[in-house]
Design a protein around this ligand. Sequence first.
Ligand SMILES: CC(C)(COP(=O)(O)OP(=O)(O)OC[C@H]1O[C@@H](n2cnc3c(N)ncnc32)[C@H](O)[C@@H]1OP(=O)(O)O)[C@@H](O)C(=O)NCCC(=O)NCCS
Length: 199
Amino acid sequence: MARHLDSRLRTTPRFTLRPFRRRDVVALHEAVLSSQKELQPWLPWASSYDRSVAQRFVRDSAAAWAEGKAFDFAVRTSGDPNHHLGNVSIWWTSRQNGIGEIGYWIRSDMTGQGVGTEVTARAIQIGFEEMDCHKLVLRIAVGNVGSERIAERLGFTFEGTLRDEVKIGDEWVDHTAWSLLDFEWSDLYGKLRADGVLA
Ligand SMILES: CC(C)(COP(=O)(O)OP(=O)(O)OC[C@H]1O[C@@H](n2cnc3c(N)ncnc32)[C@H](O)[C@@H]1OP(=O)(O)O)[C@@H](O)C(=O)NCCC(=O)NCCS
Protein backbone atom coordinates (compact mmCIF):
# COMPACT_ATOMS: atom_id res chain seq x y z
CA MET A 1 0.00 0.00 0.00
CA ALA A 2 1.31 3.46 -0.85
CA ARG A 3 1.72 5.46 2.31
CA HIS A 4 2.22 8.87 0.77
CA LEU A 5 0.44 10.82 -1.93
CA ASP A 6 2.18 13.63 -3.75
CA SER A 7 0.55 17.02 -3.46
CA ARG A 8 0.05 17.74 -7.16
CA LEU A 9 -3.23 19.04 -8.52
CA ARG A 10 -5.58 16.34 -9.77
CA THR A 11 -8.29 17.04 -12.31
CA THR A 12 -11.73 15.77 -13.27
CA PRO A 13 -13.53 16.79 -16.48
CA ARG A 14 -14.85 19.97 -14.75
CA PHE A 15 -13.01 20.39 -11.44
CA THR A 16 -9.63 20.46 -9.76
CA LEU A 17 -8.70 18.68 -6.52
CA ARG A 18 -5.70 19.79 -4.48
CA PRO A 19 -4.46 19.71 -0.88
CA PHE A 20 -5.50 22.57 1.39
CA ARG A 21 -3.20 25.56 1.89
CA ARG A 22 -3.12 27.97 4.79
CA ARG A 23 -4.69 30.71 2.70
CA ASP A 24 -7.78 28.51 2.04
CA VAL A 25 -9.19 29.23 5.51
CA VAL A 26 -11.34 32.20 4.42
CA ALA A 27 -12.85 30.43 1.39
CA LEU A 28 -13.44 27.22 3.35
CA HIS A 29 -15.13 29.10 6.19
CA GLU A 30 -17.37 30.98 3.75
CA ALA A 31 -18.36 27.76 1.93
CA VAL A 32 -19.29 25.96 5.15
CA LEU A 33 -21.28 28.94 6.50
CA SER A 34 -23.17 29.29 3.23
CA SER A 35 -24.07 25.56 3.34
CA GLN A 36 -24.51 25.07 7.07
CA LYS A 37 -28.24 24.33 6.94
CA GLU A 38 -27.69 21.43 4.51
CA LEU A 39 -24.49 20.12 6.14
CA GLN A 40 -25.74 20.10 9.74
CA PRO A 41 -28.21 17.19 9.49
CA TRP A 42 -25.45 14.81 8.34
CA LEU A 43 -22.09 16.13 9.51
CA PRO A 44 -21.69 16.76 13.26
CA TRP A 45 -18.80 19.22 12.89
CA ALA A 46 -20.90 21.61 10.80
CA SER A 47 -23.14 22.92 13.59
CA SER A 48 -20.65 25.09 15.44
CA TYR A 49 -18.32 26.25 12.72
CA ASP A 50 -16.23 29.39 12.93
CA ARG A 51 -12.96 30.69 11.56
CA SER A 52 -10.92 28.86 14.21
CA VAL A 53 -12.48 25.51 13.23
CA ALA A 54 -11.56 26.15 9.60
CA GLN A 55 -8.03 27.10 10.66
CA ARG A 56 -7.67 23.92 12.71
CA PHE A 57 -9.02 21.82 9.82
CA VAL A 58 -6.44 23.22 7.40
CA ARG A 59 -3.62 22.74 9.90
CA ASP A 60 -4.66 19.18 10.84
CA SER A 61 -5.22 18.33 7.21
CA ALA A 62 -1.63 19.28 6.30
CA ALA A 63 -0.29 17.21 9.20
CA ALA A 64 -2.41 14.15 8.32
CA TRP A 65 -1.32 14.40 4.67
CA ALA A 66 2.36 14.62 5.66
CA GLU A 67 1.96 11.59 7.96
CA GLY A 68 0.24 9.62 5.18
CA LYS A 69 -2.91 9.11 7.25
CA ALA A 70 -5.58 11.12 5.41
CA PHE A 71 -5.81 13.16 2.22
CA ASP A 72 -8.27 16.07 2.12
CA PHE A 73 -8.83 17.74 -1.23
CA ALA A 74 -10.24 21.22 -1.83
CA VAL A 75 -12.58 21.15 -4.83
CA ARG A 76 -12.26 24.14 -7.15
CA THR A 77 -12.55 25.05 -10.84
CA SER A 78 -9.57 26.27 -12.81
CA GLY A 79 -11.62 29.31 -13.92
CA ASP A 80 -12.35 30.45 -10.35
CA PRO A 81 -9.64 28.85 -8.20
CA ASN A 82 -10.46 30.85 -5.04
CA HIS A 83 -14.12 29.81 -4.89
CA HIS A 84 -14.42 26.78 -2.60
CA LEU A 85 -16.88 24.19 -3.98
CA GLY A 86 -16.49 21.53 -1.32
CA ASN A 87 -14.26 18.83 0.10
CA VAL A 88 -13.54 15.27 -0.83
CA SER A 89 -11.30 13.21 1.44
CA ILE A 90 -9.84 9.75 1.53
CA TRP A 91 -8.23 8.23 4.61
CA TRP A 92 -6.90 4.90 5.71
CA THR A 93 -9.11 2.93 8.07
CA SER A 94 -6.75 -0.05 7.83
CA ARG A 95 -3.50 0.33 5.98
CA GLN A 96 -2.61 -3.26 6.80
CA ASN A 97 -5.71 -4.51 4.99
CA GLY A 98 -5.71 -1.82 2.32
CA ILE A 99 -9.01 -0.28 3.38
CA GLY A 100 -9.74 3.39 2.76
CA GLU A 101 -12.80 5.50 3.50
CA ILE A 102 -14.10 8.41 1.42
CA GLY A 103 -16.10 11.42 2.64
CA TYR A 104 -17.39 14.52 0.84
CA TRP A 105 -19.55 17.61 0.98
CA ILE A 106 -20.49 20.09 -1.73
CA ARG A 107 -21.47 23.73 -1.14
CA SER A 108 -25.25 24.09 -1.30
CA ASP A 109 -25.43 26.48 -4.26
CA MET A 110 -23.54 23.91 -6.36
CA THR A 111 -25.48 20.73 -5.50
CA GLY A 112 -27.62 18.85 -8.02
CA GLN A 113 -25.09 19.34 -10.84
CA GLY A 114 -23.11 16.13 -10.54
CA VAL A 115 -20.24 17.68 -8.57
CA GLY A 116 -20.45 15.13 -5.74
CA THR A 117 -20.45 12.20 -8.16
CA GLU A 118 -17.55 13.57 -10.22
CA VAL A 119 -15.19 14.39 -7.36
CA THR A 120 -15.99 11.17 -5.50
CA ALA A 121 -15.22 9.19 -8.66
CA ARG A 122 -11.80 10.90 -8.75
CA ALA A 123 -11.22 10.02 -5.08
CA ILE A 124 -12.02 6.38 -5.89
CA GLN A 125 -9.45 6.49 -8.69
CA ILE A 126 -6.88 7.89 -6.27
CA GLY A 127 -7.75 5.14 -3.77
CA PHE A 128 -7.26 2.27 -6.20
CA GLU A 129 -4.57 3.62 -8.53
CA GLU A 130 -2.40 5.73 -6.21
CA MET A 131 -2.97 4.32 -2.71
CA ASP A 132 -3.34 0.75 -4.00
CA CYS A 133 -6.39 0.11 -1.81
CA HIS A 134 -8.10 -3.25 -1.77
CA LYS A 135 -11.42 -1.87 -0.51
CA LEU A 136 -13.04 1.56 -0.31
CA VAL A 137 -15.92 2.30 2.01
CA LEU A 138 -18.55 5.00 2.42
CA ARG A 139 -20.59 5.52 5.58
CA ILE A 140 -23.79 7.43 4.98
CA ALA A 141 -26.32 8.66 7.53
CA VAL A 142 -29.69 6.95 7.10
CA GLY A 143 -31.96 9.34 5.20
CA ASN A 144 -29.18 11.08 3.24
CA VAL A 145 -30.73 10.24 -0.13
CA GLY A 146 -28.34 12.37 -2.21
CA SER A 147 -25.31 10.64 -0.75
CA GLU A 148 -26.89 7.19 -1.19
CA ARG A 149 -27.43 8.03 -4.87
CA ILE A 150 -23.72 8.85 -5.19
CA ALA A 151 -22.88 5.45 -3.67
CA GLU A 152 -25.23 3.66 -6.07
CA ARG A 153 -24.10 5.58 -9.16
CA LEU A 154 -20.49 4.84 -8.34
CA GLY A 155 -21.08 1.10 -8.05
CA PHE A 156 -20.79 0.67 -4.28
CA THR A 157 -22.47 -2.37 -2.69
CA PHE A 158 -24.69 -1.85 0.34
CA GLU A 159 -23.22 -3.86 3.23
CA GLY A 160 -25.58 -3.12 6.09
CA THR A 161 -26.66 -0.66 8.75
CA LEU A 162 -24.44 0.46 11.62
CA ARG A 163 -26.53 1.42 14.62
CA ASP A 164 -26.02 4.72 16.47
CA GLU A 165 -22.83 5.60 14.60
CA VAL A 166 -22.83 9.32 15.15
CA LYS A 167 -24.48 11.83 17.47
CA ILE A 168 -25.91 14.84 15.67
CA GLY A 169 -27.20 17.38 18.18
CA ASP A 170 -29.01 15.24 20.74
CA GLU A 171 -29.89 12.45 18.32
CA TRP A 172 -28.02 9.23 17.58
CA VAL A 173 -28.05 8.50 13.87
CA ASP A 174 -27.55 5.15 12.10
CA HIS A 175 -25.18 4.89 9.16
CA THR A 176 -25.31 2.58 6.18
CA ALA A 177 -22.02 1.04 5.06
CA TRP A 178 -21.14 0.72 1.37
CA SER A 179 -18.08 -0.79 -0.27
CA LEU A 180 -16.23 -1.12 -3.55
CA LEU A 181 -13.47 -3.70 -4.12
CA ASP A 182 -10.37 -3.35 -6.25
CA PHE A 183 -11.44 -5.96 -8.83
CA GLU A 184 -14.61 -3.92 -9.46
CA TRP A 185 -12.60 -0.85 -10.44
CA SER A 186 -11.67 -1.55 -14.06
CA ASP A 187 -15.28 -2.05 -15.22
CA LEU A 188 -16.39 0.95 -13.20
CA TYR A 189 -13.57 3.10 -14.61
CA GLY A 190 -14.69 2.28 -18.17
CA LYS A 191 -18.28 3.14 -17.36
CA LEU A 192 -17.41 6.42 -15.63
CA ARG A 193 -15.21 7.47 -18.55
CA ALA A 194 -17.97 6.62 -21.01
CA ASP A 195 -20.39 8.71 -18.89
CA GLY A 196 -17.95 11.67 -18.84
CA VAL A 197 -17.60 11.49 -15.05
CA LEU A 198 -13.87 10.75 -15.29
CA ALA A 199 -11.43 12.11 -17.84
C1 LIG B 1 -24.90 14.67 -0.70
C2 LIG B 1 -24.14 15.66 -1.57
C3 LIG B 1 -22.65 15.40 -1.46
C4 LIG B 1 -24.59 15.48 -3.02
O1 LIG B 1 -23.78 16.31 -3.83
P1 LIG B 1 -24.24 16.71 -5.31
O2 LIG B 1 -23.13 17.44 -5.94
O3 LIG B 1 -25.57 17.34 -5.28
O4 LIG B 1 -24.36 15.26 -5.95
P2 LIG B 1 -24.72 14.94 -7.48
O5 LIG B 1 -25.22 16.17 -8.17
O6 LIG B 1 -23.54 14.23 -8.04
O7 LIG B 1 -25.95 13.96 -7.32
C5 LIG B 1 -25.84 12.57 -7.21
C6 LIG B 1 -27.23 11.96 -7.31
O8 LIG B 1 -27.96 12.22 -6.12
C7 LIG B 1 -29.17 12.89 -6.41
N1 LIG B 1 -29.37 13.83 -5.33
C8 LIG B 1 -28.53 14.81 -4.92
N2 LIG B 1 -29.06 15.44 -3.87
C9 LIG B 1 -30.25 14.84 -3.60
C10 LIG B 1 -31.26 15.02 -2.62
N3 LIG B 1 -31.14 15.97 -1.69
N4 LIG B 1 -32.33 14.21 -2.66
C11 LIG B 1 -32.45 13.25 -3.59
N5 LIG B 1 -31.50 13.01 -4.54
C12 LIG B 1 -30.44 13.80 -4.54
C13 LIG B 1 -28.94 13.55 -7.75
O9 LIG B 1 -30.16 13.77 -8.43
C14 LIG B 1 -28.09 12.52 -8.42
O10 LIG B 1 -28.90 11.46 -8.88
P3 LIG B 1 -28.70 10.81 -10.34
O11 LIG B 1 -27.33 10.20 -10.27
O12 LIG B 1 -29.78 9.82 -10.44
O13 LIG B 1 -28.77 11.95 -11.30
C15 LIG B 1 -24.44 17.14 -1.15
O14 LIG B 1 -25.83 17.33 -1.19
C16 LIG B 1 -23.93 17.48 0.22
O15 LIG B 1 -22.79 17.89 0.37
N6 LIG B 1 -24.77 17.30 1.24
C17 LIG B 1 -24.44 17.66 2.61
C18 LIG B 1 -23.24 16.92 3.17
C19 LIG B 1 -23.33 15.43 2.98
O16 LIG B 1 -24.41 14.85 3.06
N7 LIG B 1 -22.19 14.79 2.71
C20 LIG B 1 -22.13 13.36 2.54
C21 LIG B 1 -21.98 12.68 3.84
S1 LIG B 1 -21.94 10.92 3.60
